[in-house]
Design a protein around this ligand. Structure first.
Ligand code: NI
Length: 177
């Protein structure tokens, strides 16, 4: 299973809006397997297709300690969200090294399809609820740093661009050898 390249903020492709999945075929299963390998390798607890430049409504999550309980959500919809909110320190594979508090509904009910196209419902709280909402934002083209103040966001953007330049420099050095 090849590892996929995860887009890094502020790559504008992270702001594309994902389209619903229509075909529940072999291609979809391979994409899910490749995304899972990529997420576990990173390592992370969630990955949206948007982050690997596939703009379809697909996300995967594994919040288990053993990282052996993959959950796949296709065309997910939040059908209910609690009034109660939770402040959680979030991070994102597209914004490596950055963690900050985001407030969201503490509990959600989600309707989605599995990889076979079968509908299911999940009622989530805690980390799973946060993760589902964070990944669903990606499908809408939204990265969690957009919840932070413009000042913080600009600092993060500059830091990411600086790291990107440094990485490019390192790569060209390796290439020159
Ligand atoms: Ni993310």
């Amino acid at each position: 299973m090849p590892l996929l390249t995860i887009l890094r903020y502020p790559d504008t492709r992270l702001h594309k809006v994902a389209k619903p999945v229509r075909q529940f075929d072999e291609r979809l299963k391979i994409l899910v397997a490749d995304m899972a390998a990529t997420m576990y390798d990173a390592p992370g607890v969630g990955l949206a297709a948007s982050q690997v430049d596939v703009h379809e409504q697909l996300l995967i999550i594994d919040v288990s300690d053993a990282q052996n309980a993959l959950q796949v959500f296709i065309n997910p919809e939040i059908v209910w969200a609690s009034e109660e909110r939770i402040l959680y320190e979030e991070g994102c594979l597209s914004v490596p090294g950055v963690y900050d508090g985001v407030e969201r509904p503490a509990r959600v009910k989600v309707r989605a399809l599995d990889v076979e196209g079968q509908p299911f419902h999940v009622e989530a709280d805690g980390l799973l609820a946060v993760c589902i909402q964070h990944e669903m934002d990606h499908l809408k083209g939204k990265v969690f740093v957009e919840y932070l103040s413009p000042l913080k966001r600009n600092r993060i953007k500059s830091r990411m661009l600086k790291e990107e330049r440094e990485n490019q420099r390192d790569r060209s050095k390796v290439g020159a050898r």
